[in-house]
Design a protein around this ligand. Structure first.
Ligand code: NAD
Ligand code: TYD
Length: 344
């Protein structure tokens, strides 16, 4: 593993991953391949460009564009593809699933074909705990559980996982898949709940909690997730899946209280609103397998939420232009007419 193509590397997890691998190996050369959708931002990679110039190159392109993908793989002599590129927000997938099917399913297929056509390149797919669907009772999802996605986003990601697995079985493509819990940290587009609530709180706007706020998520720090993916690339078994999370989930209301406390903002900002359609109640990963590979998270969910809140508090330069731009239309579409619920 020397010449890595990181698709979706201008997005939230991708940009953190690029910095992580360049910092952790002096031999690696990275090509970021990204379409630069609303979620992909070149400024996310400014520090990488400055710190690692000769070992980093950015190519703007769509993963659905087979010719451009293959041209890039050839020109950069790529030996490993790590696929972060995706449409990623559940609420957007409810509004309009089209781009999710195109990028998350067809785009993954294009990358798999490129890997196959260039002599079976190493391929890692970044997937999500959402493919298991929501989990009842005290159960945790294990890697061999059946897939039961319930949103257009998770259905697209689950389909991609099935293709990745099929390419391993059919063509012997050396693949691995990681299924991550909710990531938080620097450079996450402020549509996702933690950066949305932190930036709303910093602007003294209400925090729109869907339904009763008792849904459960495992909020893991993005650097921990990046470390796990790097470890899987180095030591993961080909053809295997790995869940990645802290293994400790909390309710959305607990998450909100932690971030408000960290920012020293009042609980009166919490506003319960009409629930998301098909809202998954609980995700919960069994992480025994990734722990056995030698990975351990540095952050608890509470530490991750606090660190994230501080980063947004201290980096207004990054998120203010986003919130002042196209994001406003999106926010109005999703939230303006949303019914308010009585205090719970
Ligand atoms: P993100 O939305 O912040 O970034 C996605 C990136 O993909 C952007 O840079 C975007 O420009 C790029 N992209 C989108 N469509 C593209 C296309 N057709 N061609 C090329 N590039 C394209 O997403 P993220 O949160 O960084 O998530 C990265 C990956 O991790 C996704 O595959 C996601 O499903 C997975 N994941 C995310 C989380 C999470 O909590 N954010 C958790 C588990 C797994
Ligand atoms: P989100 O960040 O969209 O991730 P997920 O893909 O896990 O749904 O949302 C995390 C949780 O926060 C989820 O239970 C939905 C909830 N949520 C709200 O309550 N209000 C919001 O405005 C958003 C965006 C999410």
């Amino acid at each position: 593993m020397q010449n890595i193509l990181v698709t979706g590397g201008a997005g939230f997890i991708g940009c953190n991953f690029v910095r992580y691998i360049l910092e952790h190996s002096a031999d690696i050369v990275v090509t970021v391949y990204d379409k630069l959708t609303y979620a992909g931002r070149l400024e996310n990679l400014d520090a990488v460009k400055e710190g690692f110039g000769p070992r980093y190159l950015f190519v703007q392109g769509d993963i659905c564009d087979a010719a451009k993908v293959e041209e890039t793989v050839a020109a950069r002599n790529v030996d490993t593809i790590v696929n972060f590129a995706a449409e990623t927000h559940v609420d957007r997938s409810i509004l309009d699933p089209d781009a999710f099917v195109k990028t998350d399913v067809y785009g993954t297929y294009v990358l798999l074909e490129a890997a196959r056509n260039f002599g079976n390149l190493r391929f890692h797919q970044v997937s999500t705990d959402e493919v298991y669907g929501h989990i009842e009772g005290r159960r945790r999802s294990v890697e061999h559980d059946a897939l039961a996605p319930r949103s257009p986003y998770s259905a697209s990601k689950a389909s991609a996982d099935l293709f990745v697995n099929a390419y391993n079985i059919t063509y012997d493509l050396p693949v691995t898949i990681s299924r991550g819990a909710n990531n938080i940290g620097p450079f996450q587009y402020p549509e996702k709940v933690v950066p949305l609530f932190v930036t709303n709180a910093l602007e003294s706007m209400p925090l729109p909690v869907f339904g009763d706020g008792m849904q459960m998520r495992d909020y893991q720090y993005v650097a921990d997730h990046c470390a796990a993916i790097y470890l899987i690339l180095l030591r993961g078994r080909i053809g295997e899946l790995y869940n990645v999370g802290t293994g400790a989930e909390m309710t959305n209301l607990s998450m909100v209280e932690i971030l408000l406390d960290e920012l020293d903002r009042p609980r009166s900002l919490i506003q319960h609103v009409e629930d998301r359609l098909g809202h998954d109640r609980r995700y919960s990963l069994d992480v025994t397998k990734i722990l056995a590979l030698g990975w351990e998270p540095d952050y608890t969910p509470e530490e991750a939420i606090r660190a994230t809140a501080r980063w947004y508090r201290d980096n207004r330069w990054w998120w203010q232009p986003i919130r002042d731009g196209d994001f406003r239309d999106y926010y109005d579409t999703v939230y303006a007419d949303r019914k308010r619920l009585e205090p719970q």
